[in-house]
Ligand binder design. Sequence first.
Ligand code: NAP
Length: 258
Amino acid sequence: MDLGIRGKRALVTAGSKGLGRGCAEALAAAGVDLVINARGAEALEATARDLAGLGVRVTAVVADITTEVGRQKVLQVAGEVDILVTNAGGPPPGSWENWGREDYLSAIEANMLTPILLMKAVLPGMMARGWGRVVNITSQSVKAPIASLGLSNAARTGLTGFVAGTSRQVAPHGVTINNLLPGIHDTDRALSLDGGVVKARGITMEEARAERMATIPARRYGTASEFGAMCAFLCSQQAGFIVGQNILLDGGATLATL
Ligand code: NAP
């Protein structure tokens, strides 16, 4: 399917690996020029080279997107963008008794304020030009809480509330905002969470993964490329009537009728 976005310009934050990279790849395959960002230069440059191999222009910006300085650096290089995909690392697992004010503030900064401030920066330009697409990578934890990821549950639900209202305010100007909610996907993040289970329970990585897969009706982890394909579709011309939605990509893991 031709997504109708060839020649558009996208900013994908936290895009050197995993789900962010999956989104950047799918947009590049649709002919979208990219600005991608991450903290680590090596993986970012390697990803930028791979994406440029798909025939689009790619600019890499090394920065911590969860800091004001990092966001300003990225936004300055990005300039006018038609598409914004917001992403950042997820908060660490743990338990409510051990989290203090600083832990909550870090999670809110990374997974709520960062996407909000990035949207605030690019939405006026999109609205003035009469076209824009925003996709925020959040988590299945906004539909059904994952207790050990309470920091994520809290911060991302705040973002979800913001998007619910704001998406309706910008839609009259041809701009859509939607959230993609990943369940378990085969990325470094999943590997690190599985590693925590291995350590805590003294089981092997294969056992930890098998246990987790058994909880997913699709009986496997998702892939970054499947995730990226849905992201690119939400950024397409065809998706212009999809506004303020939360789309779960979890292999059926969240047991809910709606
Ligand atoms: P990942 O494989 O660990 O990749 C994270 C990417 O983000 C890397 O490119 C990393 O590069 C970059 N990044 C991390 N922190 C950053 C920062 N402060 N500034 C700029 N770039 C940053 O993670 P993932 O699995 O793709 O997860 C992406 C998001 O989806 C996370 O928020 C995660 O919590 C959420 N999520 C993932 C899953 C899953 O199963 N994978 C499920 C639910 C939710 P650098 O480290 O070099 O910066």
